[in-house]
Every structure is written in C-alpha cells, then in structure tokens.
Write a protein that binds this ligand. Structure first.
Ligand code: FES
Ligand code: MG
Length: 569
C-alpha cells in the first residue's frame, strides 16, 4: 500500500469539507466511485483561440482523458493563462512568469495527485514547467505539435524564418507586397506550433530530451492522428507515475538539464532555451549557470531544420524525430531518469533514421559545432549569448563602430533613413529591450538591416542588444546582454562611434572605450522612467531577475511542496 494520496485531503473526507469538494464536482455527472481514492490527474490546458499554436489542445485533452480513465485514474481538465506569442503585446515573455504562477497555484490549490501539461506555443511550455516544478507532483508533458509544412508557390516555407526573409525582400524591392500578403495563408495551414525549429519546437524537443514526455512527442505534427494516440498513452502513463511516486524533480535533474543543453545544440535550437532552462533550474534549486551552456558549444548540428538548416518539423518527424537525435548523441548524454522510470537511453532504443539529410549522423553533421556560445567582457559582465549556427561565419570575429538605437522607437523611426551613417561593418546596438527595460525582454534583437544596406544586398550585420530573438530568426545577433541597459549595465553607456569587438571563438564582447570615460558616462546616466506603475507589469519590473538568472521573478525561485491544510469554509 502506498502512502495516502494527496487527493484524499479533498475527496476522502467524511465531513462537511469532503461533502463540499465532492458534491460540487458531481454536478458534472461524476458517480460516487470516481472519488474512491484513485489517482486524480489534473490536465493543465493552455488552449486559447488567441494562441492559435495551441488550438488543438482541446482534442488532445480528450485523448489524455481516455488514457487516464483506461488506467484507472480520474482526469480533471483545468485552464490556465494562455500566451499567444504572435498576438500578445508588448511581448508574451512579459507574462511567462504570470503563467508560471497560475500553473503553480492551480496545481497546489486543487486536489490532484499528478498533472499533465498541455502546452506548445513558445512561452507556454516553459511557463508550465516552471510552475509545476515548484509544486513537484508527478508531471508529464503533451505538446501541441507543429503545424504542417508551410506551402507557397509550390515550395515549402517556414514559420517565422520566411517572414523575416520575405519582409527584408520587400524592403529591398525584390518581392511585391501582393506576394508578401499571399504567403500569409500558405504559411500557417493547420493547427499547431511554428514548424521551424523555433522556440516552441525547441522546447518540445528539449522536453523529450529531458525525459519529460513520451518519445516522439516533439515532432509529430499537431494534426497527425499519432499525436492523439500519444496523448492517450500519456494519460495512461501519468497514472503509473502517481502510483510510483515519480515526481518532477526525480526526472528533471542537473543531468537532464545538461542533456537538454546538448540536445539544443544538436537540433539547432532556439537561444530562448537558455533563459527558460535557467529559470526551470532555479525553481528546482539546481545550480545551473550561463557558463554551463558551453557544454553544448562543441556539439555538432544534426537536425537540418530552419532557421539553421533547410527542412521543417514535418520532415523531422518523418525522418524519425528526437529518438534518432538521442541515439546519435548517445555517447554524450548523461544518465538520467525519464517519465517512463528508466534511463533516457531507452528513448533511442530501436530508433531508425529514415532521411539522413534531415537528421544527419554524428559523423557527418550539418555544422561541426553548433551550440550557443556564451560571451563575456566589459560590455556584458554577466554574459550574453550568440547562436553561431544561425550566424554568418565571417562576422563571428568582428570589430566595428557602433551605431546606437536608444530604444525600439528610435530604431523604428530611423532604421530606414537613407542618410543613416552605417556600413556593412557597423555594429548595430539596441538598448532598452531587457526584462526591465521593455519590459519583458521581447524578440527584437534580430533588428532589421538598415534599408539602404538591404538595397545593396546586405543581409546580415553584427547586432547587439539586451533583448531576445525569435527562435525562428537568424543572423549574427548578440542577445541577452546582462546586466541590461535599464538596470545600469554597460550597454547603457555605449555611444554611436564607439568601437566594439566580438569574438565568438574567444567568447568575448568588448566595448573598446577606456574605463575613465566609461566612469564619466556612468556618473551622468539615468534609467528611463518606468512604462508601468501598477498591476502585474509593475510587480514584474520590480522583481524580475536578469537574463543570466532566467528572467524569473526573484520571489518565485525554489519550491513549496508543503501540503495545504486549511479549508475554505
Ligand atoms: Fe506560437 Fe511560434 S508563434 S509556436
Ligand atoms: Mg518566439
């Protein structure tokens, strides 16, 4: 006999409180026997019509329920805040921590024994993982799955990646506005998340590499019937996890986070994974730092998907998906438990690659070294990152004069000026896009190339900011500069004309201005007045930590696994 289940403190009481907890649930038609002590499984759903990427999660929740019932559990679905990356202003990232709070408090307050997280769009997966980590029940993930490949004029086009390409082509006069508008419908032609290796598919891939979902969860298309079957099987497995008392923290450990870092390099994953993994580690009390991401820097790029490669997630799924990647990485992966109870190596058993151009063998990679590089120097004392696989090789070692945009409005107003004093060697610097500054650290770090240079055929320049970039984006883009400008980081002191040096190979980001001059500038510097003076955004700005700490709120770090004993009536 296992120890008394958590749900008994709600549904096992023979007093007024037990009456209240059971009776009101019975208004949905549940019979007496579902309250007999069987595992209560919460299905935490981020479905929303404002989050089109997650619009298939209602059906998948039904699949999970079939599996829970079949395994002898009692499934109860509940909604949490949904974060639509493409729909929310000023940025969905501002609300990732709010979703995490919603998830955490919902799990803790309700009488569940285990939880299935249904997420997909960029911030929904990390927000759910962060919240669930702080409660530490048995937890498993079902992802929304990617959209079918985009199609336009007889060729495949990729979410995000081709938006950035097309919009630069329009600015260069190489694409008509009519064609640009026509591509919209072909790009997003089924339910599901971005079908490039953007942040959503990256996080789903890392969830699988961490052993937090069943194998194949990351890549199966949203509308593939096998995803519904996977949801069904996941529902069965969470009941087993409750019976085995296999908690979140038993699965996600330092070793599995390292596996996620290695996998992120191999799939050409998003830079956003850095802040999300750091935040998850913080919730679990695991000592993971920005420098730990260097373990990925020598891992070869195996998955040939946009933005680092040419294919899309549908191709990745049909080539064999994450189990094949984990098989190729077998010699590097740390031993780590999964939701199945065994080691992560089991995910690769029997995996077979059906297209070795889409998933390259370790011995014949797309690029020899792929992972995120961590940069430090007097311009980023607490670090910054760059994604070499999505950059232009010769710009990775570069020295040039800065052209500074003080904020996003400055950039929007001036980037297309014909007399903007920039050359292809200029280093574009954008301030005010960090967690506190924007606020919420938006995906604007891949700032557009100045119009006069785009027309000359320039498609990449060194760009530096305290913001993030979309996982679907590309370019020689230095991101997450910490501390950010608004927090008084040295980025705030850069002036147009200063020389800046980037060396990805040396991990260096230097402002070539002497320290006496920087001291003078610092003495004269003032932060911008805050954009928000009330509500959640004020709480966020007052408490958000810098990117090198995962941009979580300082008071959300860690766990609270104590039982809730007080009743509401
Ligand atoms: Fe939702 Fe890309 S915008 S997954
Ligand atoms: Mg994104």
């Amino acid at each position: 006999m296992t120890k008394t289940r958590r749900n008994r403190a709600w549904y096992g009481k023979l007093d007024k409180d037990g009456f209240i907890h059971r009776s009101w649930m019975k208004n949905q038609g549940f019979p007496d026997h579902v309250f007999d002590g069987r595992p209560v499984i919460g299905i935490c759903n981020t479905w929303s019509e404002f989050t089109p990427c997650n619009s298939g999660l209602r059906e998948l929740a039904e699949g999970v329920k079939r599996g829970v019932w079949e395994a002898g559990g009692f499934p109860v679905e509940f909604p949490v805040m949904s974060l639509g990356e493409t729909q929310m202003k000023p940025t969905a990232m501002l609300f990732r921590n709010l979703l995490a709070m919603d998830v955490e408090e919902s799990i803790r307050a309700y009488g569940m024994d285990g939880v299935v997280l249904l997420g997909g769009c960029d911030k929904t997966t990390p927000g759910q993982l962060m919240g669930a980590a702080s409660v530490d029940l048995p937890t498993i993930v079902v992802s929304a799955g990617p959209m079918l490949n985009g199609k336009w004029k007889g060729r495949d086009i990729g979410s995000g990646t081709d938006v950035w390409k097309f919009s630069e082509a329009v600015r260069a006069g190489e694409m008509t506005l009519q064609d640009f508008m026509a591509a919209e419908s072909g790009m997003s032609r089924s339910k599901g998340v971005c079908m490039t290796m953007g942040t959503a598919s990256t996080m789903a891939s890392l969830v699988e590499a961490m052993g937090m979902s069943l194998p194949l969860n990351a890549a199966l298309p949203a509308v593939d019937s096998r995803r519904m079957a996977l949801a069904h099987m996941t529902g069965g497995r969470i009941v087993g996890m409750v019976e085995e008392e296999l908690k979140f923290s038993d699965v996600v450990t330092r070793a599995s986070l390292e596996n996620a870092i290695l996998a992120n390099a191999a799939v050409g994953g998003s830079t956003n994974a850095v802040v999300h993994l750091l935040a998850i580690a913080g919730r679990l009390g695991l000592d993971l730092s920005l420098d730990d991401f260097e373990i990925g820097s020598e891992v070869p790029l195996l998955v040939n998907c946009m933005p680092s490669g040419q294919y899309l997630m549908e191709d990745f799924a049909y080539a064999g998906g994450m189990p094949v990647v984990l098989k190729e990485l077998a010699s590097l992966l740390r031993p780590a438990r999964t939701v199945l109870g065994g080691d992560i190596s089991a995910y690769a058993e029997g995996a077979e690659c059906y297209n070795d151009d889409v998933i390259r063998p370790f011995a014949n990679p797309l690029k020899p070294a792929s992972g995120v590089r961590v940069l430090r120097g007097n311009l980023a004392p607490d670090g910054a990152i760059i994604k070499p696989s999505a950059a232009t090789a010769h710009l990775l070692e570069h020295e040039g004069e800065a052209y500074v945009f003080e904020n996003i409005e400055d950039l929007k107003a001036n980037i297309d000026r014909e007399d903007l004093p920039v050359t292809p060697d200029t280093v574009l610097v954008l301030k005010g896009c960090g967690p506190k500054g924007y606020p919420g650290m938006p995906e604007v770090g891949n700032m557009p190339i100045p119009a006069r240079l785009v027309k000359q055929g320039v498609r990449d320049m060194v760009r530096i900011s305290d913001g993030r970039m979309s996982g679907t984006a590309f370019g020689t883009v230095v991101l997450h500069v910490s501390p950010e400008a608004q927090a008084g980081g040295p980025l705030a002191l850069v002036k147009t004309g200063d020389r800046v040096r980037l060396s990805a190979s040396q991990g260096a980001l230097e402002l070539l201005v002497d320290s006496a001059e920087l001291d003078r500038r610092r003495a004269a510097w003032q932060p911008d007045p805050p954009h928000y003076t009330r509500g959640y955004a004020k709480l966020y700005v007052d408490h958000v930590m810098q990117a090198d700490r995962g941009a979580d709120l300082d008071f959300l770090v860690g766990q609270d696994t104590r039982p809730v004993t007080r009743e509401s009536h």
